[in-house]
Design a protein around this ligand. Sequence first.
Ligand code: ACO
Length: 448
Amino acid sequence: AKNVGILAIEIYFPPTCIQQEVLEAHDGASKGKYTIGLGQDCMAFCSEVEDVISMSLTAVSSLLEKYGVDPKQIGRLEVGSETVIDKSKSIKTFLMQIFEETGNTDIEGVDSTNACYGGTAALFNCVNWVESSSWDGRYGLVVCTDSAVYAEGPARPTGGAAAIAMLIGPDAPIAFESKLRASHMSHAYDFYKPNLASEYPVVDGKLSQTCYLMALDSCYKRFCAKYEKFEGKQFSVSDASYFVFHSPYNKLVQKSFARLLFNDYLRDASSMNDSAKEKFAPYATLTGDESYQSRDLEKAAQQVSKPFYDAKVQPGTLIPKQVGNMYTASLYAAFASVLHNKCSSLAGQRVVMFSYGSGLSATMFSFKLGEGQHPFSLSNIAAIMKIDEKLKARREVPPEKFIEIMKLMEHRYGGKDFVTSKDCSFLSPGTYYLTEVDSMYRRFYAKK
Ligand code: ACO
């Protein structure tokens, strides 16, 4: 199989959301902390009728229907998620309901979990399968689904929720440059979920930021080295049209891209102009550790990177800024934002992706884009995702209501024997929702 990659994408996020400006005022944070400090506009969250299973059911059924893919044509289904609803039964098995109806139970794959990285692991599993000798000619399907919720405190505004489904096969408009994958994996306690009775993570915010940037540096160095080995020339940020990052909040994405330019400077990339070199010069001899702590370097790097950021990164920030951290779905929602904003000018372009999951696992990889053929074309993917429409159709809730829902969800987490509210008026037709968890903890869903 040639040009294996993503043929089709569908994204779903809950219509319930809260404006960051409103949350900021309510939390008594200084004005601008969430909007400018974190760089976030709005945050989506699941109300009591939605969860990672309902969102993924919605994304998968909508993808199959809108692209006209027969469920029998799916041979592998992989789910990435870090939202634990059941310690044994995979989310993938819930999704089998869609396929069983058509008699297709011959579908490999289960769930992959490691913080925000599980979606990338799932994606690689599908791509590897299509490229392998056990491939039977059918499509792979990857689903990233998460509900990111934090306890009250500084991390709460960095929540979010979404599910994204991606169809995998050969001759894709979004093709992997498989030789260019570069990973960095190590042991860290930056963000983890040891308390199985709670949906909330334990998070060392500052450490998680440093771990993210260290993993980024390490992946970028290896990515550049592989590029040079295979292409016989140096790589710098000018060799890709877009850089897409896992986005816990936008400020970290700004800092990450700035860091790539600092890396280019340290490697003495020919693309660096003199004024950029001058700005970076004072920091050339910092040790790695010092460089993560230096506020001056951070400022200089952001100055140097600003014009490149606007062209190469900003087009991928729409959904992450509007929806929040979607954990496993975050990176792919950022990529979907690029497709949405730039679909008519993407053919022939390279996109570099950076996936990070705390704990930690990280990979940098790249796509080569081509227009593709209907229904699997870039323009059709952008049209089907209807991102503007979905963002506009949302229902903003006041902070009091948001907190009330968070409390109810805390209470319901791991619970049984309840039925959910009958009010689903805010969900659009075709959306799956949770109706009941019975006395045996069995979950039941309906489709609106
Ligand atoms: N106007 C403008 N900017 C402001 C204001 C204001 N009024 N007040 C603060 N800021 C800036 C700060 O200067 C800071 O920016 P900087 O980093 O460029 O200096 C930013 O807003 C955040 O302020 P902090 O005081 O650093 O925020 P705090 O420590 O309260 O929390 C954090 C931020 C650590 C990101 C927290 O939200 C968190 O723990 N989130 C979850 C962990 C996370 O997402 N980690 C990322 C990688 S791991 C993962 O993906 C889950």
